[in-house]
Design a binder for this molecule. Structure first.
Ligand SMILES: [Fe+2]
Length: 193
Protein backbone atom coordinates (compact mmCIF):
# COMPACT_ATOMS: atom_id res chain seq x y z
CA UNK A 1 0.00 0.00 0.00
CA UNK A 2 1.37 3.42 -0.94
CA UNK A 3 1.53 5.70 2.10
CA UNK A 4 1.38 9.43 1.45
CA UNK A 5 2.41 11.15 4.71
CA UNK A 6 0.92 14.49 3.60
CA UNK A 7 -2.50 12.85 3.25
CA UNK A 8 -2.30 11.55 6.82
CA UNK A 9 -1.78 14.96 8.43
CA UNK A 10 -4.20 15.93 11.18
CA UNK A 11 -2.66 19.43 11.29
CA UNK A 12 -1.97 19.04 15.02
CA UNK A 13 1.82 19.09 15.24
CA UNK A 14 2.22 16.90 18.33
CA UNK A 15 -0.04 14.22 16.84
CA UNK A 16 1.52 14.32 13.36
CA UNK A 17 5.08 14.06 14.73
CA UNK A 18 4.10 11.04 16.82
CA UNK A 19 2.31 9.38 13.85
CA UNK A 20 5.49 9.85 11.80
CA UNK A 21 7.52 8.16 14.56
CA UNK A 22 5.04 5.24 14.58
CA UNK A 23 5.60 4.71 10.84
CA UNK A 24 9.37 4.85 11.39
CA UNK A 25 9.08 2.12 14.04
CA UNK A 26 6.90 0.14 11.64
CA UNK A 27 9.66 0.34 9.02
CA UNK A 28 12.13 -0.91 11.63
CA UNK A 29 9.80 -3.85 12.35
CA UNK A 30 9.53 -4.73 8.66
CA UNK A 31 13.36 -4.63 8.38
CA UNK A 32 13.47 -7.46 10.93
CA UNK A 33 12.26 -9.88 8.28
CA UNK A 34 13.13 -8.02 5.11
CA UNK A 35 16.65 -9.39 4.64
CA UNK A 36 17.65 -13.02 4.82
CA UNK A 37 16.14 -15.28 7.45
CA UNK A 38 13.90 -13.53 9.97
CA UNK A 39 15.40 -12.80 13.34
CA UNK A 40 12.94 -13.48 16.19
CA UNK A 41 14.75 -11.28 18.72
CA UNK A 42 14.97 -8.36 16.27
CA UNK A 43 11.27 -8.65 15.38
CA UNK A 44 10.21 -9.12 19.03
CA UNK A 45 12.25 -6.10 20.18
CA UNK A 46 11.02 -3.90 17.32
CA UNK A 47 7.40 -4.89 18.04
CA UNK A 48 7.84 -4.17 21.74
CA UNK A 49 9.31 -0.73 20.98
CA UNK A 50 6.45 0.07 18.60
CA UNK A 51 3.77 -1.07 21.06
CA UNK A 52 5.33 0.92 23.93
CA UNK A 53 5.42 4.04 21.74
CA UNK A 54 1.84 3.45 20.51
CA UNK A 55 0.67 3.17 24.13
CA UNK A 56 2.37 6.47 25.03
CA UNK A 57 0.99 8.17 21.90
CA UNK A 58 -2.57 6.96 22.58
CA UNK A 59 -2.38 8.29 26.13
CA UNK A 60 -1.18 11.70 24.89
CA UNK A 61 -4.00 11.85 22.33
CA UNK A 62 -6.53 10.98 25.03
CA UNK A 63 -5.14 13.74 27.30
CA UNK A 64 -5.32 16.18 24.38
CA UNK A 65 -8.99 15.29 23.83
CA UNK A 66 -9.75 15.82 27.53
CA UNK A 67 -7.86 19.13 27.63
CA UNK A 68 -9.64 20.29 24.46
CA UNK A 69 -12.97 19.35 26.09
CA UNK A 70 -14.13 17.09 23.27
CA UNK A 71 -17.57 15.54 23.54
CA UNK A 72 -17.35 12.45 25.84
CA UNK A 73 -19.06 10.34 23.14
CA UNK A 74 -16.09 10.85 20.83
CA UNK A 75 -13.50 10.29 23.58
CA UNK A 76 -15.17 7.01 24.59
CA UNK A 77 -15.16 5.54 21.06
CA UNK A 78 -11.67 6.85 20.30
CA UNK A 79 -10.27 5.33 23.49
CA UNK A 80 -11.93 1.99 22.63
CA UNK A 81 -10.21 1.97 19.23
CA UNK A 82 -6.84 2.54 20.94
CA UNK A 83 -7.43 -0.25 23.45
CA UNK A 84 -8.58 -2.69 20.79
CA UNK A 85 -5.42 -2.04 18.75
CA UNK A 86 -3.20 -2.87 21.75
CA UNK A 87 -5.18 -6.04 22.40
CA UNK A 88 -5.37 -7.18 18.75
CA UNK A 89 -1.70 -6.59 17.94
CA UNK A 90 -0.55 -8.42 21.10
CA UNK A 91 -2.89 -11.38 20.60
CA UNK A 92 -1.93 -11.62 16.90
CA UNK A 93 1.74 -11.89 17.86
CA UNK A 94 1.10 -14.47 20.61
CA UNK A 95 -1.27 -16.69 18.61
CA UNK A 96 0.38 -16.53 15.21
CA UNK A 97 3.81 -17.35 16.70
CA UNK A 98 2.44 -20.72 17.76
CA UNK A 99 0.75 -21.45 14.44
CA UNK A 100 2.94 -20.03 11.66
CA UNK A 101 6.53 -19.46 10.65
CA UNK A 102 8.17 -16.24 11.80
CA UNK A 103 8.35 -14.60 8.35
CA UNK A 104 4.62 -14.90 7.79
CA UNK A 105 3.82 -13.78 11.37
CA UNK A 106 5.93 -10.64 10.91
CA UNK A 107 4.48 -9.95 7.47
CA UNK A 108 0.91 -10.20 8.80
CA UNK A 109 1.72 -8.02 11.80
CA UNK A 110 3.20 -5.29 9.61
CA UNK A 111 0.15 -5.44 7.30
CA UNK A 112 -2.23 -5.27 10.27
CA UNK A 113 -0.45 -2.35 11.95
CA UNK A 114 -0.05 -0.40 8.68
CA UNK A 115 -3.69 -0.79 7.69
CA UNK A 116 -4.96 -0.13 11.21
CA UNK A 117 -2.89 3.07 11.53
CA UNK A 118 -3.99 4.40 8.14
CA UNK A 119 -7.66 3.70 8.80
CA UNK A 120 -7.48 5.11 12.35
CA UNK A 121 -5.62 8.29 11.38
CA UNK A 122 -7.79 9.04 8.33
CA UNK A 123 -10.93 8.20 10.26
CA UNK A 124 -11.27 9.00 13.93
CA UNK A 125 -8.02 11.01 14.34
CA UNK A 126 -9.08 13.40 11.57
CA UNK A 127 -12.54 13.82 13.09
CA UNK A 128 -10.78 14.48 16.43
CA UNK A 129 -8.73 17.32 14.93
CA UNK A 130 -11.81 18.74 13.15
CA UNK A 131 -13.61 18.90 16.50
CA UNK A 132 -10.62 20.46 18.28
CA UNK A 133 -10.41 23.24 15.65
CA UNK A 134 -14.20 23.77 15.73
CA UNK A 135 -14.12 24.19 19.54
CA UNK A 136 -11.17 26.60 19.24
CA UNK A 137 -13.35 28.64 16.86
CA UNK A 138 -16.23 28.87 19.28
CA UNK A 139 -18.33 25.72 18.73
CA UNK A 140 -19.59 23.84 21.78
CA UNK A 141 -18.32 20.24 22.21
CA UNK A 142 -21.80 18.98 21.23
CA UNK A 143 -21.94 21.14 18.09
CA UNK A 144 -18.43 20.06 17.10
CA UNK A 145 -19.33 16.40 17.64
CA UNK A 146 -22.57 16.63 15.63
CA UNK A 147 -20.68 18.31 12.74
CA UNK A 148 -17.74 15.87 12.76
CA UNK A 149 -18.85 14.08 9.57
CA UNK A 150 -18.78 17.31 7.61
CA UNK A 151 -15.10 16.42 6.89
CA UNK A 152 -14.70 16.09 3.11
CA UNK A 153 -12.73 13.09 1.83
CA UNK A 154 -11.24 13.31 -1.66
CA UNK A 155 -10.79 10.28 -3.95
CA UNK A 156 -7.20 9.61 -2.78
CA UNK A 157 -8.13 9.48 0.87
CA UNK A 158 -11.23 7.40 0.18
CA UNK A 159 -9.07 4.87 -1.70
CA UNK A 160 -6.49 4.74 1.11
CA UNK A 161 -9.27 4.10 3.63
CA UNK A 162 -10.89 1.44 1.46
CA UNK A 163 -7.57 -0.35 0.88
CA UNK A 164 -6.81 -0.42 4.58
CA UNK A 165 -10.29 -1.68 5.54
CA UNK A 166 -10.13 -4.40 2.89
CA UNK A 167 -6.73 -5.50 4.14
CA UNK A 168 -7.94 -5.63 7.75
CA UNK A 169 -10.99 -7.59 6.58
CA UNK A 170 -8.83 -10.12 4.67
CA UNK A 171 -6.61 -10.64 7.71
CA UNK A 172 -9.64 -11.25 9.96
CA UNK A 173 -11.18 -13.60 7.40
CA UNK A 174 -7.97 -15.62 7.26
CA UNK A 175 -7.90 -15.79 11.06
CA UNK A 176 -11.58 -16.91 11.17
CA UNK A 177 -10.89 -19.72 8.68
CA UNK A 178 -7.96 -20.92 10.77
CA UNK A 179 -10.08 -20.93 13.92
CA UNK A 180 -12.84 -22.86 12.11
CA UNK A 181 -10.29 -25.47 11.02
CA UNK A 182 -8.98 -25.77 14.58
CA UNK A 183 -12.52 -26.12 15.90
CA UNK A 184 -13.28 -28.83 13.33
CA UNK A 185 -10.11 -30.70 14.36
CA UNK A 186 -11.10 -30.49 18.06
CA UNK A 187 -14.54 -31.90 17.23
CA UNK A 188 -12.93 -34.86 15.41
CA UNK A 189 -10.88 -35.83 18.47
CA UNK A 190 -12.72 -38.62 20.36
CA UNK A 191 -13.64 -37.72 23.98
CA UNK A 192 -11.02 -38.58 26.60
CA UNK A 193 -8.07 -38.20 24.21
FE1 LIG B 1 -6.07 8.06 17.81
Amino acid sequence: MLIRPDRLATKIELVDVQHQKLFELLTKLSEGFGQGSPNEKLIGDALQELMAYADKHFLEEELLMLRSKLDPRHIKIHRMEHRSFMYDAKSMWEHLCVEEDLASVAEKLVRFITSWLIFHILGIDKTMSTQIFAIQHGASPEQAYEARHAVKYDADITHMMLDSVLDLWHLSLERCHKLEEELARCRDVPPGR
